[in-house]
Ligand binder design. Structure first.
Ligand code: HEC
Length: 169
């Protein structure tokens, strides 16, 4: 083997060690994240699950919203994702929101009319109740909510976030 060839082999050997090491390190860190699981879950009874998702489908909420990663991509509306929304707002809030003639009076928006949340005041009381409790059942794990709040707070204020209950030193 010539000197030059040895050099190339050595470089290849070093590169392989680095690449394999990096891959193992990546797998390890990925695994840590996976261990915490999907942060979203449903607290609905099976009856509510059926009635709620049926209404959700019939009223074509997925034209604008995503839920469990499902949405109509062709519509391309910048509406909020509904995963975990029941950890942010309660059933009474959802009921009032769906019953409002003008939902934007409750949740202001800068979106164009075609994208805005429509009023569902025309639905029956029963249907609005089902939708409201279905939304309230869409929960997110506390750790994820805290991490999201923290990231959002720090992005907006540039200051470190203090978890709920802790007072500044
Ligand atoms: C035309 C698109 C569109 C459709 C259809 C639609 N939404 Fe919305 N929705 C929005 C937008 C956009 C917002 C954010 C507020 C706004 O811009 O009016 C919103 C807001 C919401 C919110 C409040 C989210 C928050 O951050 O608190 C809930 C809950 C909601 N929608 C549920 C539903 C449900 C359930 C349906 C089906 C019955 C539905 N939406 C149908 C566009 C839509």
């Amino acid at each position: 083997m010539r000197k030059g060839e040895k050099g190339i082999l050595a470089v290849i050997a070093v590169l392989s060690v680095v690449l394999v090491g990096h891959k193992i390190w990546q797998l390890n860190t990925e695994k840590k994240e996976v261990d915490r699981g999907i942060p979203f879950y449903s607290a609905a009874s099976s009856q509510l699950e059926v009635a709620g998702s049926d209404l959700y489908r019939r009223l074509e909420c997925k034209n604008c919203h995503s839920l469990w990663s499902v949405r109509d991509m062709s519509a391309n509306v910048p509406a909020p994702a509904l995963d975990g929304i029941g950890s942010l707002r309660d059933e009474q809030w959802f009921y009032a929101y769906f019953s409002a003639e003008n939902p934007q009076a409750i949740l202001p928006t800068r979106l164009k009319k075609m994208y805005k949340m429509p009023s569902y005041a025309h639905l029956s009381e029963e249907e609005r109740k089902v939708l409201a409790s279905y939304m309230a059942s869409l929960k997110v794990q506390d750790w994820y909510l805290e991490e999201t709040k923290k990231a959002e707070f720090e992005k907006l204020t540039g200051k470190p976030y203090l978890a709920a209950g802790k007072t500044p030193q």
